[in-house]
Design a protein around this ligand. Structure first.
Ligand SMILES: NC(=O)c1ccc[n+]([C@@H]2O[C@H](COP(=O)([O-])OP(=O)(O)OC[C@H]3O[C@@H](n4cnc5c(N)ncnc54)[C@H](OP(=O)(O)O)[C@@H]3O)[C@@H](O)[C@H]2O)c1
Length: 257
C-alpha cells in the first residue's frame, strides 16, 4: 500500500449528497483542505460553488435512478475527474431513512428508492472507483461508506434503513477480502448528526417509529453532533494510516486525533 501524498493537492474526493447535511459539510471541509471535490446530487450546492468555484465540480444525478447512474458511469466523467490524482476518496454519503414504518405499512416505491439510493448507488460507485480503468492503477483509492448505528442495532420502523446500512457494512467486509490493489474501504457510522434527516425522524408518528422519543431527547439535551464535527472525524479517519484496517468503524469509537 502506497503512502498518502503529503500534499492534499494530489488528492481528490467524490462526495454524494453534497447539497446539505453531512455531505455539504464533508465537501466544505475537503475543499478547505485543498482537496478537489466532485459533488454528485439531485441538485447543486450554490453556496459551496460560490466559495470554491475552481475546486468544486458538480454533477446533477438522482442516485436512486440506477439506470441514470449506470449511464453516467459509462461516460468518462469519473476517469477525467480522477485522472491526475494520486489518491481518490469516495464518500458514499447520500442516503435516506425513509420509509419509516413497520413492514407491511411501507410503500413499495419508497422501498425501491431506498434500496437503490442506499445500496445500489454506493456499490456501483465503489466498483467504478476500484476499477483499474477509471483511475491510474498506482493511485490509492479510499472508499468510505457512510453507515449508521442502524446497521448494527435493529430499530422497529426502520427495517429498510437498517437492512440497507447493514448491506454497506457487509459489502465493505467482502471487498476487504477481495483485497483489490491500492483500494481501502471502510463502512463508517458517523454518530447522531443534527441534519434534516434527524428532523424527519423527530417528526415521525410514534406508532411508525417507537424510538422517536430517544431522538427527541438527544436533540433537547444538545447531544447531536454538528455536521461539521462529524465530517471532520470522517475525513480525519479517511486520511489516516489506520483507515481500512477494519472494514467497519464508528466515529464515536475512533481514537481522538
Ligand atoms: N443524520 C444522522 O444522524 C445520521 C446518522 C447515521 C447515518 N447517517 C447517514 O449520513 C448520510 C447523510 O445523512 P444526512 O443526515 O446528512 O441526511 P440529509 O440531511 O437528509 O441529507 C441527505 C443528502 O442525500 C441527498 N440525497 C437524497 N436523495 C438523493 C438522491 N435520490 N440522489 C442524490 N442525492 C440524494 C440529499 O440531497 P437533496 O438535497 O437532493 O435531497 C442530501 O444532500 C446518510 O447516508 C445517512 O444515512 C446520518
Amino acid at each position: 500500500m502506497t503512502a498518502l501524498p503529503s500534499s492534499h493537492a494530489s488528492i481528490c474526493a467524490i462526495v454524494t449528497g453534497h447539497t446539505r447535511g453531512l455531505g455539504a459539510a464533508l465537501a466544505e471541509l475537503l475543499l478547505a483542505r485543498g482537496i478537489r471535490v466532485l459533488g454528485l446530487g439531485r441538485g447543486t450546492n450554490a453556496a459551496l460553488a460560490a466559495r470554491h468555484a475552481a475546486a468544486l465540480s458538480q454533477t446533477t444525478l438522482d442516485l436512486s435512478d440506477t439506470a441514470a447512474l449506470e449511464r453516467w458511469l459509462s461516460t468518462d466523467a469519473l476517469r477525467r475527474f480522477t485522472a491526475e490524482a494520486r489518491c481518490v476518496l469516495l464518500f458514499n454519503n447520500a442516503g435516506t431513512v425513509e420509509p419509516i414504518a413497520p413492514c407491511g405499512a411501507q410503500a413499495a416505491d419508497a422501498i425501491a428508492r431506498a434500496v437503490a439510493l442506499n445500496i445500489a448507488a454506493p456499490l456501483m460507485l465503489a466498483n467504478a472507483i476500484a476499477s483499474q480503468e477509471t483511475a491510474s492503477p498506482a493511485a490509492e483509492r479510499r472508499i468510505v461508506h457512510v453507515s449508521s448505528g442502524a446497521a448494527r442495532n435493529a430499530y422497529a420502523g426502520w427495517s429498510v434503513y437498517c437492512a440497507t446500512k447493514a448491506a454497506l457494512d457487509h459489502h465493505a467486509r467482502a471487498v476487504a477480502l477481495d483485497a483489490p490493489q491500492a483500494v481501502r474501504i471502510c463502512s463508517v457510522a458517523p454518530g447522531v448528526v443534527d441534519t434534516d434527516m434527524q428532523a424527519t425522524i423527530r417528526s415521525t408518528a410514534p406508532h411508525q417509529f417507537p424510538s422517536r422519543e430517544r431522538f427527541e431527547q438527544l436533540k433537547q439535551n444538545g447531544q447531536l453532533a454538528t455536521p461539521e464535527a462529524a465530517a471532520r472525524q470522517l475525513i480525519d479517519y479517511a486520511l489516516s494510516e489506520a483507515f481500512g484496517s477494519t472494514p467497519t468503524a464508528d466515529v464515536r469509537e475512533l481514537p481522538k486525533a
